[in-house]
Design a protein around this ligand. Structure first.
Ligand SMILES: [Cu+2]
Length: 300
C-alpha cells in the first residue's frame, strides 16, 4: 500500500513538474512577445573625461561605456533591438523624441559606431558633452539612454620655453695653441647672462662656469663647484685661463643658475685643445722662462 501511494504521489509530481515547465515556457514566450527589446535597459556612461574635468584647449577625446547594448556599424539599416550606435554632442542639446532621428539642426555632434570620439579644437571655456544611444536609423533608443558631463577647457598651455644651450665658439675643439693665456669664448641661446650671482634663481637667466681640466659637476640643485681644480664663475661669455702649460687640456663651460646650480636640463659644452710649448730651441733650458712658464695650468 505504501508503495502504491508513493508511486501515485510520484506520478502527480511528474505531471506537476511538466505543467510547471510549460507555464514557464509560455511565460517566457509571452514576455518575449511583449518586450522585444532585451530584458535589461541599454545604458551609456561617459567614462572620460570625468565630469568637472579641467582640460587644456585642443582636441578632447570622449570615451563611453555601454551596457545591454551592442554598438554596430549599421547606420541607416533596419533597426534591431539592443543594437545601434552612439551620438556624441558638444554644447548642443541631444534630441530625445522617440522615433525622430536624434540629429540636432546645428551644433557640433557626430554619429559614431564606436565607444570613443574626439572633438577637434575645443576652445577655452565651459563645455557640455552628451552622448546618447540610438538605433540604426538614428532615433533614440526607448527609453532614452544618455549621459552628460561638463568640462572646463583652459587656455592652451604656453609653448615650452626652449632649453638654454651653451657652445664654446673659441678655441675650436682640437685646436693647437701656444702655451700661455687661453681665452675661451662661448655663445649661449635661450639664456640671459646676468650678474646676479648668489641672488634668487630666475628661470632662463644665470651665469657661466668655465672649467679647465676638471669635470663639471652636474647634479641638479647642487652648486656646480668642483672641490679642486681650475674654474671660474663668469657673468659673461668669455674667460681667460692664465698660463696654461703645454699638453692636452679639456675646457668645459656650463650654464648655471644664480645660485650656481646647473640649469636643468644641463647645458654644457667641452673642447679639448693641444697646448704647445713655446720654448725656443737652444734657449729652453737656459732659464729664459718659456719652458716652465705657466706650468700647472693656472694653479688657482
Ligand atoms: Cu657660479
Amino acid at each position: 500500500m505504501k508503495g502504491k501511494t508513493f508511486l501515485k504521489v510520484g506520478g502527480k509530481s511528474v505531471i506537476a513538474s511538466a505543467l510547471f515547465a510549460v507555464v514557464l515556457l509560455l511565460g517566457a514566450c509571452t514576455y518575449g512577445a511583449a518586450y522585444p527589446t532585451t530584458a535589461a535597459t541599454p545604458a551609456v556612461t561617459i567614462t572620460s573625461p570625468v565630469n568637472g574635468a579641467s582640460l587644456p584647449a585642443g582636441d578632447v577625446t570622449v570615451t563611453v561605456s555601454v551596457g545591454n547594448f551592442v554598438v554596430v556599424d549599421k547606420q541607416g539599416q533596419a533597426n534591431i533591438a539592443g543594437q545601434g550606435h552612439v551620438h556624441f554632442y558638444l554644447d548642443v542639446a541631444a534630441p530625445t523624441t522617440p522615433g525622430v532621428p536624434a540629429v540636432p539642426t546645428s551644433g557640433t555632434w557626430a554619429h559614431v559606431s564606436g565607444l570613443t570620439y574626439t572633438f577637434p579644437n575645443v576652445g577655452q571655456g565651459t563645455h557640455t558633452i552628451s552622448v546618447q544611444l540610438v538605433n540604426n536609423d538614428h532615433t533614440p533608443v526607448v527609453p532614452a539612454a544618455m549621459d552628460t558631463i561638463t568640462i572646463n577647457v583652459t587656455s592652451a598651455p604656453a609653448a615650452a620655453e626652449p632649453a638654454p644651450t651653451v657652445t664654446i665658439t673659441s678655441p675650436g675643439n682640437g685646436a693647437s695653441l701656444p702655451q700661455g693665456n687661453i681665452t675661451v669664448t662661448a655663445a649661449v641661446a635661450n639664456f640671459n647672462v646676468v650678474d646676479k650671482q648668489g641672488q634668487a634663481n630666475v628661470p632662463g637667466e644665470g651665469h657661466l662656469h668655465f672649467y679647465l681640466d676638471v669635470s663639471a659637476p652636474t647634479v641638479p640643485g647642487v652648486p656646480a663647484v668642483p672641490t679642486s681644480g681650475t674654474w671660474a664663475h663668469v657673468s659673461g661669455t668669455t674667460y681667460t685661463f692664465s698660463n696654461v702649460g703645454p699638453g692636452t687640456h679639456t675646457i668645459s663651460v656650463q650654464l648655471v643658475n644664480n645660485d650656481h646650480t646647473p640649469v636643468v636640463p644641463a647645458a654644457m659644452d667641452s673642447v679639448t685643445i693641444n697646448v704647445t710649448s713655446t720654448t725656443i730651441p737652444g734657449y729652453g733650458d737656459g732659464g729664459y722662462g718659456g719652458g716652465s712658464y705657466g706650468g700647472g695650468g693656472g694653479g688657482y
